[in-house]
Design a protein around this ligand. Structure first.
Ligand code: ATP
Length: 308
C-alpha cells in the first residue's frame, strides 16, 4: 500500500528526514513512534503529499504522491495532530462539508449516515460539533477524514488528550477500520497501548528509521512463547528442547520461555505432545513483550539505521 524509497526532507537549516525507505502492506496498522522532533509529522505530511521532499519516491496504492498529489488524495485520509472542527455546525453538516470538499456530489446523505454509523456517531448527527466530548470530537474528525472512502488513513497523534476509556474505544475503532479493508499509519507516544491495535511498529529517530517490526504474532516468523508449569517437572526442559521449532529455551522457576518457529497448528501439536508426556502444563501463551523497553533499547543502541 505504501512504498517509500530514499526519502529525505529539509526545512530551512533542518534535515527532518534522511534516506527513509519502507514498505507497508495493505490492511496493516503501523504505529509510528519516536521522540519529539524525530520526523514523524514530516514523514506523514510527505506521505500525504502535503510537503514536497528534497529527494526520494513515495507511492500510495501505486500512485506517485509527489507527481500526482491530488490523485493520491482520493486514496488517503489524513488527520493532523492539531485539528479543528466547525464548532457551530452540526455533526451532519461537518460531514456533508467534508464530503463536498472531497468532491462527493451524489448520495451525500447516505454517505454521511453510513460514515457516522461506522464511527458510532449516528445518534449525534444533529448535535453541534462544539458540544461534543473530546473523544467524540476525535471520532468526528476521523469521520471527516474517511468520508471519501480512502484506502489509507494517516492519523497524527490521535490518542493525545483522550482519557483511558476514549483511547480504548479509539483502538477498537482503528481495528474496525482495518477489518473493513483500510491500511492505517498512526503516530503515537503511548507505547503501552500499541499492542491493542498495531500490527507493526516503525521507530524513527533523528529523521532515520531505526526499526520496523511486526507486532502481531501471526505476522512474525518466530514467536516468543512461555510455558507455565503447575508443579516441578524435571523432564520438561529436555522434552521441550527436543521439539521441532523450539530454540533459545530458558527457565525461570515454573516458567519456560522459548522462541518458536512453527505455525499455530504446530503450536497445538507441541502442547499435545507435552501434555501426553505428562508435563503439568498450566498455560502456554505468547511471552509479553515490553514495547516501552524495546523502544528505549532500540533508541539507545548506536548503529546503522534500518534498511527496508
Ligand atoms: P513531535 O513528536 O514533537 O510531534 P515529530 O517526530 O512529529 O515531533 P517533526 O514535527 O516532523 O517531528 O519535526 C522534525 C524536525 O523538523 C524537528 O527538528 C522540527 O523542529 C523540524 N521542523 C518541523 N517542522 C518545521 C518547519 N515548518 N520549519 C522548520 N523546521 C521544522
Amino acid at each position: 500500500m505504501i512504498r517509500i524509497q530514499h526519502l529525505s526532507h529539509e526545512y530551512p537549516g533542518v534535515r527532518a528526514l534522511q534516506d527513509v525507505s519502507v514498505r507497508i502492506e495493505p490492511q496493516s496498522i503501523t504505529a509510528l513512534v519516536g521522540p519529539n522532533g524525530a520526523g514523524k509529522t514530516t514523514l506523514m505530511r510527505c506521505l500525504c503529499g502535503l510537503e514536497r521532499p528534497l529527494a526520494g519516491e513515495i507511492e500510495v496504492d501505486g500512485i506517485n504522491v509527489i507527481e500526482e498529489p491530488r490523485r493520491s488524495h482520493e486514496r488517503i485520509g489524513y488527520l493532523a495532530d492539531f485539528f479543528g472542527v466547525y464548532e457551530n455546525l452540526s455533526v451532519a453538516q461537518c460531514l456533508e462539508y467534508a464530503a463536498a470538499a472531497n468532491g462527493i456530489r451524489s448520495g451525500l446523505a447516505a454517505r454521511v449516515l453510513e460514515t457516522a454509523t461506522s464511527l458510532g456517531l449516528a445518534d449525534r448527527l444533529q448535535q453541534a460539533a462544539g458540544t461534543l466530548s473530546r473523544g467524540l470530537r476525535q471520532r468526528l474528525a476521523i469521520a471527516q477524514a474517511i468520508i471519501h472512502g480512502p484506502q489509507l488513513l494517516v492519523l497524527d497523534e490521535p490518542a493525545a488528550g483522550l482519557d483511558p476509556e476514549a483511547r480504548h474505544s479509539l483502538a477498537a475503532l482503528l481495528r474496525h477500520l482495518q477489518a473493513s479493508g483500510m491500511t492505517l499509519l498512526v503516530s503515537s507516544h503511548i507505547l503501552a497501548e500499541l499492542e491493542e491495535y498495531a500490527t507493526h511498529m516503525l521507530i524513527i529517530d533523528g529523521g532515520r528509521i531505526r526499526d520496523f517490526r511486526p507486532l502481531a504474532p501471526q505476522l512474525q516468523s518466530t514467536r516468543s512463547l512461555q510455558l507455565e508449569l503447575a508443579a516441578d517437572a524435571p523432564d520438561a526442559m529436555r522434552l521441550l528442547a527436543a521439539q521441532t521449532g523450539v530454540a533459545q529455551l530458558r527457565q525461570q522457576g515454573h516458567a519456560l520461555s522459548f522462541e518458536f518457529t512453527g505455525d499455530f497448528a504446530a503450536q497445538a501439536a507441541l502442547l499435545k505432545t507435552l501434555v501426553l508426556a505428562g508435563v503439568p502444563v498450566s498455560a502456554l501463551h505468547p511471552e509479553r513483550v515490553d514495547l516501552q523497553q524495546l523502544y528505549l533499547d532500540t533508541l539507545k543502541t548506536p548503529g546503522s539505521p534500518h534498511e527496508s
